[in-house]
Design a protein around this ligand. Structure first.
Ligand SMILES: Nc1ncnc2c1ncn2[C@@H]1O[C@H](COP(=O)(O)OP(=O)(O)OP(=O)(O)O)[C@@H](O)[C@H]1O
Length: 280
């Protein structure tokens, strides 16, 4: 195979390829032999009921957690087998945007976006300046560069966090519940921004969200997780039309269905009786 053929073969491969992933937490099986592909250049939505493991999945991909079994391949590197230094390098290629935004409160907007560039590169300050201004322009907040993070609205803080997440030009960006707590206008701004950032920078995006309509409006492909498994996958239209009970319960926000209301617990009567025994 020529070098060119190799390059185009790689471009056809998913950026993240998860195979036979199993993961336990506190004795509970969070993932049970799961396969997931995250295609390059696309936005992949990860949905599912609360506690099904969406954030855990992002942390497994970022190598902050290790699976009990299976492999997480990120662009040819098996994340769960990497040594510290290579994992650190791989992580630089993944931008993360968490719900809380987590800006550094004692810094202004400019310094928050400059932070990863100052930490991870040797670039001269003049170049850092231009890069920060470019990233802030991309999220529409160049004019807010001198504001302290405490002076930002929730929506603006998330946009600054996005500018910071793309500061090192990652290959992939993982959004964890980016819309939570936003009013409809800033939600609309964020949705457009996620789509525009993905397309303009040729990124690969993973979008963890409960917001069905918003996620379906920009995702190219959606995985629905529940009870340790992938219970549905497909284009937003396929997911909307799915007849799976698991998918329907989530998409139609039904309180009853295959997902139990109760977190696993010992039998109710046993626990009440144990209380009586303890107090006697
Ligand atoms: N540090 C931890 N120690 C033990 N169990 C944990 C820990 N963090 C999460 N869990 C458990 O792992 C499971 C998956 O949690 P996770 O946060 O990934 O779910 P999620 O799908 O992102 O939920 P949500 O939509 O509510 O944010 C939950 O049952 C949770 O209780």
């Amino acid at each position: 195979m020529t070098e060119n053929n190799n390059a185009s073969a790689a471009a056809d491969q998913p950026l993240v390829r998860i195979r036979n992933l199993s993961f336990r937490r506190a004795g509970r099986l969070i993932f049970d032999d799961v396969d997931i592909d995250i295609p390059r250049g696309r936005i992949t939505g990860i949905m599912g009921p609360s506690g099904c493991g969406k954030t855990t999945l992002l942390r497994l991909i970022g190598g902050q957690l290790k699976p009990a079994a299976g492999s997480i391949d990120f662009d040819g590197m098996i994340i769960n087998q990497l040594r510290r230094k290579s994992l650190f390098e791989a992580r630089k290629r993944m931008g993360m945007l968490f719900q809380s935004g987590a800006l550094l409160t004692d810094m202004n907007v400019f310094d928050n976006v400059a932070f990863p560039l100052r930490e991870h590169t040797e670039l001269p300050e003049s170049m850092i300046h231009d890069l920060v201004i470019m990233k802030l322009e991309a999220v529409g907040l160049r004019g807010a560069r001198n504001l302290m993070s405490s002076e930002l609205s929730g929506g603006m803080a998330r946009r600054v966090a996005l500018a910071r997440a793309i500061a090192l030009d990652p290959d992939m960006i993982m959004y964890d519940e980016p819309f939570t707590g936003q009013d409809p206008i800033s939600m609309g701004v964020l949705i457009r921004l996620i789509k525009r950032t993905n397309d303009a920078l040729g990124l690969t995006s993973m979008l963890v969200s409960h917001d069905v309509a918003e996620t379906a409006s920009i995702a190219d492909y959606i995985y629905v997780l529940s009870d340790g498994k992938v219970v549905g996958q497909g284009s937003p239209d396929e997911i909307r039309d799915s007849e799976s009970e698991w998918v329907r319960q989530f998409m139609d926000a039904r309180p009853d269905g295959p997902v139990p209301f109760h977190y696993p617990a010992p039998a109710f009567e046993d626990e009440l009786l144990a209380g009586t025994r303890e107090s006697s």
